[in-house]
Design a protein around this ligand. Structure first.
Ligand SMILES: *Cc1c(COP(=O)(O)O)cnc(C)c1O
Length: 475
């Protein structure tokens, strides 16, 4: 074992340096040429394994660095990393209490805490939940619970010719489509309801979409609203959508994969007011909370709903009726073997407390406000969407450039050039037909100076590229 621990120590101390570019992977075809990942009949020695590990880290983007702004997480959550290592050491699995006793108690405590933050847990209402392999799966289970609520016999008999219709906004995450596909709803029966200028679902358009489904004899069953949209961080209005959901007895799900941690902050939780009005809720701990991927949960206001919806029978060989039956989380899940994701989340939560996460949100919101100010004060940068959360979508706009397609190409080129030159790693995104630079402020090690340099680099790169005729060549 010591040999392997030595490799881990070297990986942490030597192979993840601060002074490397956030991204340094060549195109796939080139990496295939320079790196040998072939498996062979004969086994290899320790040195070959070590070399492979080193190359793996070398070409992987440096997600741990503060100039990595591409994804919805950045930096290193050390207690959670320790938890991830220990989870693998234990190789616990989560179908029964027996196979992961402490992991089970930790998962139940996390679910209680999350439900308290969302407002599902009240004296007169025991809520529940189960950890899942990512926000996409949480949204899938949310839609499945909705289907089970409106058609309990869909599980055993199938659709029976009924057309079920689900509603999300045109800014919702694409996992809604995957869920509609997997659950046999049909992706054409997932309606993308118009959002307003701020990227929030329009309740009036939602009502109209439902009316039009009803007029066709279809069955509206699921409203999925988003807390923190992926591109601009918009929060859909919960109360107005809840009213519509109640009127038609439609399940209301909130996708908080990205924005849920706002609930830690007394100062900012108003963005997600009324979350308790929903029926189910998605929370990713591997996004803003920066727990190593994957760590996510589906929270449900109605205890018993998960087992009734997810259990399929045939598991008697695993789920022996004993004194631990209430602790066997497997029957709430669509998985059999399930990684014990609770430890890494629990350790990081224990280390910083609710206050630590609140402080992170408050800091990042302040940093975001300075960032938006700097963009507004710059002559050539402009915001493309309001920044309610820590997504800042902006673009570089040269004085005489009016053509939208040219602006799109220029801003995509800015992102690619900065990445290739070893500068900050930002991505581009499209919002309401316009393309810009999507800057995610998820790393609390970023300070205002670093941010100012990043914006200056965007401007400088934009200026240089705009002067070059080769911009026309970028598709
Ligand atoms: C990231 C994201 C998801 C998907 O979560 P995964 O954990 O990546 O599966 C769903 N919804 C929103 C709003 C997201 O930002």
């Amino acid at each position: 074992m010591q040999d392997y621990l030595d490799v881990l120590t070297r990986a942490v101390n030597e192979w993840m340096p601060e002074d490397r570019p956030a991204s340094q992977a060549p195109p796939a075809a080139e990496l295939e040429r320079i790196l040998d990942v072939s498996l062979t009949d004969a086994g290899a020695d320790q040195q070959s394994l070590e070399d492979a590990v080193r190359a793996y880290l070398h070409y992987n983007p440096a997600v741990y660095k503060s100039d990595f702004h591409k994804l919805l997480y950045s930096g290193q959550n050390k207690p959670a990393l320790l938890g991830d290592w220990i989870t693998s050491l234990s190789n616990a699995t989560m179908h029964t209490y027996q196979m992961g006793p402490v992991a089970t108690l930790m998962e139940l405590e996390l679910i209680r805490q999350w439900n308290a933050l969302v407002g599902f847990d009240r004296d007169d209402n025991p809520a529940e939940g189960v950890m899942v392999a990512g926000g996409s799966q949480a949204n899938l289970i949310g839609m499945m619970l909705a289907r089970h609520h409106v058609c309990p016999d869909f599980k055993t008999k199938g659709s029976g010719g009924r057309t079920l219709v689900a509603y999300v906004s045109d800014q919702a995450h694409y996992s809604g489509q995957k869920a509609a596909n997997v659950l046999g709803i049909g992706t054409d029966n997932l309606v993308a309801v118009a959002s307003d200028e701020d990227g929030r679902i329009c309740p009036l358009a939602l009502q109209q979409a439902i009316d039009s489904s009803l007029a066709r004899g279809h069955l509206p069953f699921y409203i999925g609203i988003t807390a923190g949209t992926t591109v601009t961080g918009a929060f859909d209005p919960v109360a107005a959508c809840s009213e519509i959901a109640r009127r038609h007895d439609i399940w209301l799900h909130i996708d908080g994969a990205w924005g849920a941690p706002i609930l830690y902050s007394k100062q900012h939780r108003h963005l997600l007011a009324d979350s308790h009005l929903a029926d189910s809720f998605t929370w990713d701990a591997h996004k803003l909370m920066n727990v190593p991927i994957t760590a996510a949960v589906i929270l449900v206001k109605h205890a018993g709903a998960l087992k009734s919806c997810c259990s399929g029978g045939g598991g008697e060989y695993l789920f022996h009726a004993d004194e631990n039956a209430d602790y066997n989380l497997g029957e709430r899940s669509i998985q059999c073997g399930r990684r014990a994701d609770s430890l890494k989340v629990w350790l990081s939560w224990k280390a910083v407390g609710n206050q630590g996460f609140a402080a992170k949100i408050d800091y990042l919101q302040t940093l975001k406000a300075s960032c938006v100010n700097m963009i507004r004060q710059s002559e050539r940068l402009e915001m493309l969407a309001p920044a309610a959360y820590v997504n800042v979508l902006f673009r570089y706009h040269p004085e005489h450039m009016t053509d939208e397609d040219e602006l799109r190409r220029l801003n995509i080129a800015i992102c690619k050039t900065m990445m290739n030159d070893g500068g900050a790693y930002v991505d581009y995104a499209q919002y309401k037909g316009r393309y810009g630079i999507r800057l995610i402020l998820a790393n609390e090690e970023v300070g205002e100076d670093q941010l100012a340099s990043l914006l200056a680099l965007c401007e400088q790169t934009g200026r240089e590229l705009a002067d070059q005729p080769r911009l026309a060549a970028i598709g």
